[in-house]
Design a protein around this ligand. Structure first.
Ligand code: RIB
Length: 298
């Protein structure tokens, strides 16, 4: 029986390296195209599996070769695929432009991810009822995320609110934690983007979340729990080559340590070390370390 259930998207990432992002009307030549397994949900499931979790993935892929690629990646990370459906739609695609600083720009064509409906989620009621941690993101319909929370009354919800979207207050109240980066935090708060992670974390708690993690890339993260001051979690200094999926790696690793009973700050420290390794390697799922590669803090 799986204790961590990841409900979400699966995409094949179509990655081209370019020296600068094209502006409107501009054509740039890039590297050869690389196809690699991705999607925020599948990334988080693979990360959680490699981090040592007992993980199942609830999502959809097509009956195409891209679906086979994702199934292979999830299975090799030890993720239970009993709740994965193959549907008559193309597997989700992400088009990713990667620049020399390791940053990316992403467009997602959801395809099969649109088939992760509330009805499909409800059909996995038994799996969700036994979950200790439910992990979700927002590349599937929001109402399906709400259904997963409804079907898992005993679980702790780790919600990565990415891509940014307006959330019902009832869902925010279930988050323990709500995990966002600076721009997603600013969207939820309706404010200007800032790198003041402590202020963002405190303001997000005011929205009603039980706890919050604001990730700040190379500046680490802030964690905050209701009634307590935000705590800074330092990043590990590395030279990034590809940040794609690093945030997803953070979320998957965080969920596993929370399931193991770690405090939010401890779990975020482990997740930061996990993500630091990921950014030194290319790809999303392909970049994730195994648990024994993640060093203990000095
Ligand atoms: O967070 C990174 C992921 O976002 C990529 O793997 C891509 O598939 C998009 O979903």
């Amino acid at each position: 029986m799986s204790s961590v259930i990841v409900v979400g998207s699966a995409n094949v990432d179509h990655v081209v390296e370019i020296d600068h992002r094209p502006v409107g009307g501009e054509t740039v030549l890039g590297s050869d195209l690389v196809l690699t397994p991705g999607g925020k949900g599948a990334n988080q499931a693979v990360a959680a599996g490699l981090a040592g979790g007992n993980v199942a993935f609830l999502g959809c892929v097509g009956t195409d070769g891209s679906g086979d690629l994702l199934i292979g990646s999830l299975a090799s990370a030890g993720v239970d695929l009993g709740a994965l459906s193959r549907v008559e739609a193309p597997t989700g695609v992400a088009m990713i432009m990667l620049t020399p600083d390791g940053e990316n720009s992403i467009i997602v064509a959801p395809g099969a991810n649109r088939h992760v409906t509330p009805e499909l989620v409800a059909s996995q009621a038994e799996l969700l009822a036994d979950a200790r941690v439910v992990v979700a993101q927002l590349e599937i319909p929001l109402e399906s995320v709400v259904e997963a929370v409804w079907q898992a009354p005993n679980a702790r919800l780790v919600l990565n609110a990415a891509p940014a979207a307006t959330l019902p207050v009832e869902l925010i109240r279930e988050c323990n934690p709500l995990v966002v980066n600076e721009s997603e935090a600013a969207f939820l708060l309706g404010t200007e983007e800032t790198d003041d992670g402590a202020a963002l974390a405190a303001a997000l708690l005011e929205l009603g979340a039980q706890s919050v993690v604001v990730t700040l890339g190379g500046a680490g993260a802030y964690v905050a729990e209701a009634g307590q001051e935000p705590v800074h979690v330092p990043a590990v200094r590395v030279d990034p080559v590809d940040t794609t999926g690093a945030g997803d790696g953070f979320v998957g690793a965080l969920a596993v340590r929370l399931d193991e009973g770690a405090s939010l700050a401890e779990a975020a420290g482990f997740a930061a070390r996990f993500a630091a390794i990921a950014v030194t390697r290319r790809g999303a799922q392909a970049s994730y370390p195994r648990r024994d590669e993640v060093a203990k803090p000095a």
